[in-house]
Design a protein around this ligand. Structure first.
Ligand code: NDP
Ligand code: 2IT
Length: 448
């Protein structure tokens, strides 16, 4: 699998040092494999042990989060923050609250984030955090109690020029509000220490929509350049029904596509007339319910148990926007067999490595997560700029900047892929384009 003994050694050592951390190992393998041509061409990488330093987080914090539930019982969760790489700017990346969160998940997300943030061209290093806390079924007061307890430890590790967290799975506007409220209470400071803030207290227009919109801007540019195509009259399948999925659906629809399916962790809905997004927003954003309830509003839609089955639906464009490893080789083969022309990733690492390689070898557009979903963190970067300047830009201004950034990311990855000899390998293109800047910064900063 590796052509370079050096890269193999770095990977083997990572596996030995992080046993049982399968997601972390998977993300590292995917990245290291594609960096080989660069490593072979630039001996200073090995000489300065850049890869060994690149895969080892600068700092990894794990902490206890104790809080009181509505029955007056004490609950204990585990909190994390990985500060992965700060060579090009302050650590930046989301917080995930989900029962599956562990060290492996946090490190895989952190490593991906380093390259993603580099691709945005904004000065942001990479970080990630979260907790195994499960927000499902919790009262609003319990969410607040948890967020306050979480920030009571996290605040000492972050800062507007040090580390700037944001949302991810299970962390949206409500949670960011409670987290920021507690930070302000402790520090007596109004600063851009979190992004995804509400518009009344320092947030940026477009941040809520940014990941989903950005995913569609990236996909549109790829369709145009690589296939002379667009979203017009295309049948689209989107997994998930959270923040990323909802705004991907909104933008794809406004660009002329028909989104026929969306899902949650229980199953998927199919609506051949096109998903009624107002209904999904009502269920998911307002009532925090299950996607199955769509049938209460649109009676002729169908509901199928099991989210994985969504990839059996015949479509032109697939946008996985739920979670890691939700799309395996079998699903990839089904999509290609059914004539898909583009699979672009809104979630982080939604395709298994085998599925990603299958897409690349099939001559379809495969938009890897760290390029295709970078619109969220890019707009977080724009929120940081507005906070520092004490300004707020208009929706149109932020949206135009987001569009520019996504178009640029596509071209950087595509040009690099062409240079490497396979224009469809946007994965290698994105990994190398993202890594080059981090590597050059690390070389310039000296050994640390
Ligand atoms: P949300 O919490 O808003 O939504 C998550 C969605 O994914 C829900 O529909 C959820 O269903 C579904 N989901 C979660 N776990 C699973 C699972 N094991 N199987 C099937 N479905 C699942 O999160 P986001 O929309 O913010 O995040 C979605 C993805 O996008 C994540 O991979 C995240 O890392 C990535 N991302 C997010 C960004 C952002 O700005 N928010 C930026 C870039 C990437 P259920 O309700 O049943 O749990
Ligand atoms: O995975 C991601 O890029 C995010 N969850 C967004 C991070 C951010 O800092 O906006």
């Amino acid at each position: 699998m590796f052509k370079s003994e050096y890269v193999k050694k770095v990977y083997d050592n990572l596996v030995a040092k992080n046993p049982n951390e399968l997601e972390f190992q998977q993300a590292a393998l995917e990245i290291l494999e594609s960096l080989e041509p660069l490593v072979l061409a630039r001996p200073e990488i090995q000489k300065n042990k850049i890869l060994e330093r690149f895969v080892e987080p600068e700092r990894f914090v794990q902490f206890r989060v104790a809080w009181v539930d509505d029955n007056g019982e004490v609950q204990v969760n585990r909190g994390y923050r990985v500060q992965y790489n700060s060579s090009i700017g302050p650590y930046k990346g989301g917080l995930r609250f989900h029962p599956t969160v562990n060290a492996s998940i946090i490190k895989f997300l952190g490593l991906e984030q380093v390259l993603k943030n580099s691709l945005t061209s904004l000065p942001m290093g990479g970080g990630k955090g979260g907790s195994d806390f499960d927000p499902k079924g919790k009262s609003d007061r319990e969410i607040m109690a948890f967020c306050q307890a979480f920030m009571t430890e996290l605040y000492r590790h972050i800062g507007p020029d040090t580390d700037v967290p944001a949302g991810d799975i299970g962390v949206g506007g409500r949670e960011i509000g409670y987290l920021y409220g507690q930070y302000r209470r402790i520090k007596n400071e109004n600063v851009g220490v979190l992004t995804g803030k509400g518009l009344t207290y320092g947030g940026s227009l477009v941040r809520t929509e940014a990941t989903g919109y950005g995913l569609c801007y990236f996909t549109l540019e790829a369709l145009k350049v690589m296939k002379n195509e667009s979203f017009k009259a295309k049948k689209v399948v989107i997994s998930g029904s959270g923040n990323v999925a909802i705004y991907a659906c909104e933008k794809a629809t406004s660009l002329g596509a028909k989104v026929v399916a969306m899902s949650d962790s229980n199953g998927y809905i199919y609506d051949e007339d096109g998903i009624n997004l107002a209904v999904v927003k009502e269920i998911k954003e307002v009532r925090r319910g299950r996607i199955k309830e769509y049938l209460n509003y649109v009676t002729k839609a169908k509901y199928v148990e099991g989210p994985q089955n969504i990839w059996a639906i015949k479509c032109d464009i697939a946008l996985p926007c739920a979670t890691q490893n939700e799309l395996d080789l079998e699903a990839a083969k089904m999509l290609v067999k059914n004539g898909v022309i583009a699979v672009c990733e809104g979630a982080n690492m939604p395709s298994t490595l085998e599925a990603a390689k299958y897409f690349i070898s099939s001559g379809i557009i495969y938009g890897p997560a760290k390029a295709a979903n970078a619109g969220g963190v890019a707009t977080s970067g724009l929120e940081m700029s507005q906070n520092s300047a004490r300004l707020s830009w208009s929706f149109a201004e932020v949206d135009a900047k987001l569009k520019d950034i996504m178009v640029n990311i596509f071209h950087n990855a595509y040009n690099m892929a062409k240079k490497l000899g396979n224009p469809y390998d946007l994965l290698a293109g994105a990994n190398i384009a993202g890594f080059e800047k981090v590597c050059n910064a690390m070389l310039a900063l000296g050994v640390y």
